[in-house]
Design a protein around this ligand. Structure first.
Ligand code: NAD
Length: 335
């Protein structure tokens, strides 16, 4: 039975991923290492509590001694690395936490895994030839697009926020451990996710929560910024496929060709709430525009043809089907 170290599994995507992965893969154990920062939520993990294949460890990926202890204790054959500071607005106010966790933390994990799995560059210790490190990253490393074009795996990196710069740095460290040491690494760069268990601070939970509470729904600038939205379980399936079948040293873009601008999203959520949770006035009347975020990237859009053609991944949900499921989940949480 393989034992995988998952980092940041108490967060939005990691918690969805572990439940999804353990359902698909019977012959597998997961150790979830999470520091439970403000973004980690232990209640995201309730459905895993009874699963004997799952263990939670509270701890920091920057703590090298702890990582070494965990590798020695559990003999990991894989790492799936989600842990990060992930909110762009926080990176503008407090970039140092992003450099610490996203850059130094990723380096620490890579380096401990390399020492545990490898004898010397390109030589694995016996039994660790297929050990692998999957790094979860973002499309924000590519910077911003105009009205046309898509990010593909050849697009040059041009990060614009401290968040995306720290993720870009971590991607380069992962790349270097392949080219320098021959470590088995794979990186995925995904577009914006939405779905159950996302932190309250992010755009879609904020729109739903403010709407239900009867408060103003804040939309940055003119609301025309475009993101390529992917339902979180489609991302989880892409991560599973990349982990199981991805080629070492390769990167895979994941996105569902669902470009929507922020004002469309706010209007769509309000329309659905008007139907499923009606009140006297339309929720749309609560939408209000606020001062734009500094350095706000205009548009992100992903060309996912590499993971679709080479690994057979495709998104099951479009934005309109995924957002309905998402609203139903948050209605239970916020009502
Ligand atoms: P999140 O903020 O919801 O969760 C991050 C988790 O990491 C939290 O549980 C937190 O406690 C933990 N963590 C933070 N610092 C840590 C540390 N030093 N040691 C151990 N644990 C720590 O993030 P998310 O939205 O689930 O994103 C997960 C990953 O996916 C991130 O690497 C992010 O860059 C990437 N990603 C996210 C999106 C998105 O739309 N959310 C899109 C593409 C890529």
């Amino acid at each position: 039975m393989q034992t995988i170290l998952v980092t940041g599994g108490a967060g939005f995507i990691g918690s969805n991923f572990m439940a999804f992965f353990l359902k698909k893969e019977q012959d597998c154990k997961i150790i979830n290492l999470d520091a439970l920062t403000y973004a980690g939520n232990i209640s995201n993990l309730v459905e895993l509590e009874e699963d004997s294949r799952y263990t939670f460890v509270k701890g920091d990926i920057c703590d090298r001694e702890l990582l070494e202890k965990l590798f020695n204790k559990y003999n990991f054959s894989g790492v799936i690395h989600f842990a990060a500071e992930s909110h762009v607005d926080n990176s503008i106010k407090n970039p140092d936490a992003f450099v610490r966790t996203n850059v130094f933390g990723t380096f620490n994990l890579l380096d401990v895994a390399k020492k545990y799995w490898m004898e010397s560059p390109n030589v694995f210790k016996e039994g660790f030839e297929n050990s692998k490190f999957l790094h979860i990253s973002t499309d924000e490393v590519y910077g911003t697009l105009g009205h046309e074009g898509l990010f593909n795996e050849q697009t040059p990196y041009a990060p614009n926020s401290p968040y995306s710069a720290s993720k870009a740095s971590s991607d380069f460290l992962v790349r270097s451990y392949f080219h320098t040491y021959g470590m088995n690494v794979i990186t995925t760069n995904c577009s914006n996710n939405y779905g159950p268990k996302q932190h309250d601070e992010k755009l879609i939970p904020t729109i739903i929560r403010k709407a239900i509470l009867g408060e103003k729904i804040p939309i940055y600038g003119d609301g025309k910024n475009v993101r390529d939205w992917l339902f979180v379980l489609d991302h989880c399936n892409g991560i599973r496929i990349a982990y199981e079948s991805g080629e070492y040293g390769e990167t895979y873009n994941i996105g569902g060709k669902n470009e929507r601008n922020n004002i469309y999203i706010a209007n769509k959520i309000c329309e659905i709430l008007d139907k499923v949770h009606p009140k006297e006035n339309s929720y749309k009347e609560q939408i209000s525009f606020v001062k734009d975020r500094p350095g706000h990237d205009f548009r992100y859009a992903i060309d996912a043809s590499k993971i679709e053609n080479e690994l057979g991944w495709k998104a099951d949900e479009n934005f309109e089907s995924g957002i309905l499921k998402t609203i139903q989940w948050y209605l239970k949480k916020y009502k």
